[in-house]
Design a protein around this ligand. Structure first.
Ligand code: FAD
Length: 332
């Protein structure tokens, strides 16, 4: 992300706030707010300005206000797939807490993009609509879910294929880079493994309409329990070991985690960051990890796997904001 610049120099948080105030007011603009608490990694420096958008209209207005003032803007969901730099994020961070859910009838549900997927699952299951319960236990907003095409090995108990959230997406309401609101169908979203058109289009997802089928609540609750148990036994628990989920992209037929494990790196630590003892493709924050620690550990794992297996581990998570240079010599 480019620093927020005015007349060739970086704008101060006060200047960023002053430029946004005519559109967003001053009462809800938070200056220099640390972002670590708003990420599942619990890592990251301050946003110049943080604003909570509580409706899809507010989300669109905030993005438009920043664009029109020439200020870089980042839309933050649950912060479950990102590493925020220790030096923080310049410009405006819009925390998406637009959490409206509306039943459209016949299993069609419109969710604003800040809806937490766990809440949406409960809403759907309570009403007897199936299709979303497979994603239980994955931290995500609806916006983050369509950004990355949320997926999981399912359905329980066979787990013979990867299921993707796109399978239940009917349409997505977007704010385009030209500031126009459009609605596109699932087939236009360019969904793939860990990707969608949002990675390259510069668009912001405002709301998603899901199309679900009538299901048996007893069966849905079985799937949820089995998935939670499966995850709980294989992944570190976020409450105790903050993380961003899988760090590296899948390597077809091999498994990034397996390669890291075969390099003997489970439990390897740099500063407060550690390769999980129970899942080698997950880095956990032992409490005081910095983004620099995580980046150094990523580089260490990449180096070890490249040397031993001649394979390149490509990070899956997004690197957001400004980072200090990594120092591979800071191992604890
Ligand atoms: C413990 C753990 C387990 C996980 N397990 C899985 C798993 O099984 N399967 C899986 O697929 N993922 C998994 N993940 C990754 C993560 O849950 C998903 O990528 C999730 O979709 C991230 O959503 P978010 O709301 O936190 O997005 P964020 O991390 O906040 O943002 C990620 C990106 O999406 C963009 N974005 C967010 N909202 C919008 C929007 N409204 N419009 C445009 N862009 C937007 C952001 O700008 C950013 O670039 C896991 C993560 C953790 C921490």
């Amino acid at each position: 992300m480019n620093p927020s610049r005015s007349s060739g120099r970086t704008r101060t948080p006060q200047e960023v706030a002053a430029a946004l105030a005519p559109a967003l007011g001053t009462g809800r603009l938070r200056l220099g707010e640390p972002l670590a608490p708003y990420t599942t990694f619990r890592i990251g420096g301050p946003a110049d300005v943080l604003y909570d958008a509580t409706t899809d209209e507010e989300l669109a207005s905030a993005v438009l206000a920043a664009r029109h003032a020439g200020i870089p803007v980042f839309v933050l969901g649950l912060g479950a797939n990102i590493l925020v730099g220790d030096l923080g994020v310049r410009g405006l961070v819009v925390r998406n807490v637009a959490r409206g859910i509306r039943d459209l009838g016949a299993g069609r549900i419109r969710a604003e993009s800040g809806v937490v997927v766990a809440d949406l699952i409960h809403h759907a299951v309570d009403a007897g609509w199936t299709g979303l319960e497979h994603y239980v236990g994955i931290p995500s907003t609806v916006g983050g879910a369509v950004w990355q095409n949320l997926h999981f090995l399912a359905p329980a108990p066979a787990r013979e294929r990867t299921m993707f959230i796109e399978e239940v997406v009917e349409s997505v309401e977007l704010l385009t880079p030209d500031d126009v609101r459009i609605t596109v169908g699932r087939d236009e979203m360019a969904f793939g493994y860990d990707t969608s058109r949002l990675h390259t289009s510069g668009e912001v997802a405002l709301a998603v309409t899901f199309a679900l089928a009538k299901g048996d609540p007893v069966d849905m609750h079985r799937v949820m329990q089995e998935n939670l148990a499966w995850r709980g036994s294989r992944h570190p628990w976020l409450e105790h070991h903050p993380s961003a989920g899988s760090i590296f992209k899948k390597i077809e037929g091999v498994g990034a985690g397996r390669l890291i494990d075969q390099c003997g790196l489970k439990g390897h630590r740099i500063g407060g960051a550690q390769i999980s003892h129970i899942h080698a493709n997950i880095i956990v924050n032992l409490g005081e990890a910095s983004a620099a620690d995580v980046r150094a550990l990523i580089a260490h794992a990449q180096g070890a796997v490249a040397e031993r297996f001649d394979q390149f581990l490509q990070p899956e998570i997004g690197f957001i904001g400004e980072f200090q240079p990594t120092n591979p010599d800071t191992e604890a």
